[in-house]
Design a protein around this ligand. Sequence first.
Ligand code: ATP
Length: 231
Amino acid sequence: DTRTIQGAIQVRNLSFTYPHTGIQALKNVSFDIPQGKTLAIIGRTGSGKSTLANLLLRMYDADAGEIRIDQVPLKEYNFSSLRSQIGIVPQEVFLFSDTIRNNIAFGLDNFTENQVIQAAKDAAVYQNILGFENGFDTSVGERGLTLSGGQKQRVSIARALIKAPKILIFDDCLSAVDTKTEEEILTGLQRNMADKTCIFIAHRVSTIKNADHILVLDQGEIIEQGSHEKL
Ligand code: ATP
């Protein structure tokens, strides 16, 4: 199925054990994210947050339970169609030894300069790039310019945004930047997130204050959930 994703996510009784280690990373997890809403997932290290992101991207399939997007079971989607419609900003940024432009447009067969610029603006890194001598042609990576942690993070965000995905997952990608940079990034994202379903995986409460709903995971289980005010 290569249908266009709208972005409503339903998770039902999801359990998952990593095949080689036998570690049960998720236990009977259920939640819904309506289309266009933002869910935050917090919890201690090893509580299963990234595993949930892995299952959404079908890096693994659940042992029990089900994930549906727009009421359609995940397994019924064409794999590459699914991947192209879900944007993920991973925990660890990976930059290629290439120009900033190609790092942002990574994985796209064709793209316009305007798309690159817009993604950079939305990720709040446009002004930084303009400040480099060669702008978007600046080489980064091993033999290129060394970007700061926060700049790398934002290039990685721009890479996810340029695909214009209906679902965006931020996997703990802001914990390495200071709170001021975080604020800048979140403000930049605000406009972009309006019609997208977002999942923010986070350690810091400041990252998730705008979330519509918060899940607290512990040892693979949801131990608490609610709004920011309620928790
Ligand atoms: P962190 O905040 O440190 O990123 P997390 O909440 O994202 O942690 P997960 O990465 O989902 O936690 O890990 C959940 C559990 O699954 C942990 O016990 C972890 O050791 C285990 N685990 C994670 N990835 C793998 C893997 N690829 N193979 C085997 N076990 C894994």
